[in-house]
Design a protein around this ligand. Sequence first.
Ligand code: GLN
Length: 269
Amino acid sequence: MKKLFALLLALVMCLTLVACGTAEEPASEGEAALTITEGVLTMGTNAAFPPYEFYDGEEIVGIDAEIAAALAEKLGMSLEIIDMDFSSIVTSVQTGKVDVGIAGMTVTEDRLENVNFTESYATGIQVVIVPEGSDITSVDDISTKLANGEQVLVGVQESTTGHIYAASSVEDGGYGEENVIAYTNGATAVEALNQGKVDCVIIDNEPAKAFVAANEGLKILDTEYVVEDYAIAVAKENSALLDALNTAMAELTEDGTIQNILDKYIPAE
Ligand code: GLN
């Protein structure tokens, strides 16, 4: 009887050791490989894109900042946010300056050649902002005016989908590069519109709403919308981080966290 008990005890001890062993290994090994700095998720963004990312005093807040914080928490990491030009984000992800690019970034075929994207967490729509009383009353007016030889200057944010769309040729549905002025971010593009340096600004709908609310005398055109998916950019070779983020995101979608964050910043109309 005693022998049997000793044997059972030994067996239990063995099983416990095995269980502990397997539980610990992936956690420590996985984390080291996941991010540039162990235990820290470093995010690149352009904090002039409300309500996704903007400054509240010294702090960068918004939908993307909160989703990133929730993801980092799920992964047992802290979050560090680095503010940069939108046009630098994809390269920063590629070169390992940051772990992720989270910046209301649209998934496009071109970007997919350089980085991977997680599952989408939000949708964006390209819209046109004009001064109230502008004779541009629809997207078509821009092309009609240009075709009539009138000058129309379109403001965009450098390297964004709005920029790529607007600067493409007339045959491709754009307005031609010569009629487009690119600014480093949405805020400076809208400032140029306020100063009459451009006739309209093409930008994503939620920032457009925020800019129109913050600046008197501007409005958003009812226009043919281009609907896009926002997702998180991750370096091609870091599939472990991509998988971890997708798993964490699925959990945060499932438990309503993502929707709550979206609803907090985008009130229902
Ligand atoms: N959604 C647009 C893009 O990905 C704009 C993003 C941004 O300006 N932050 O190009």
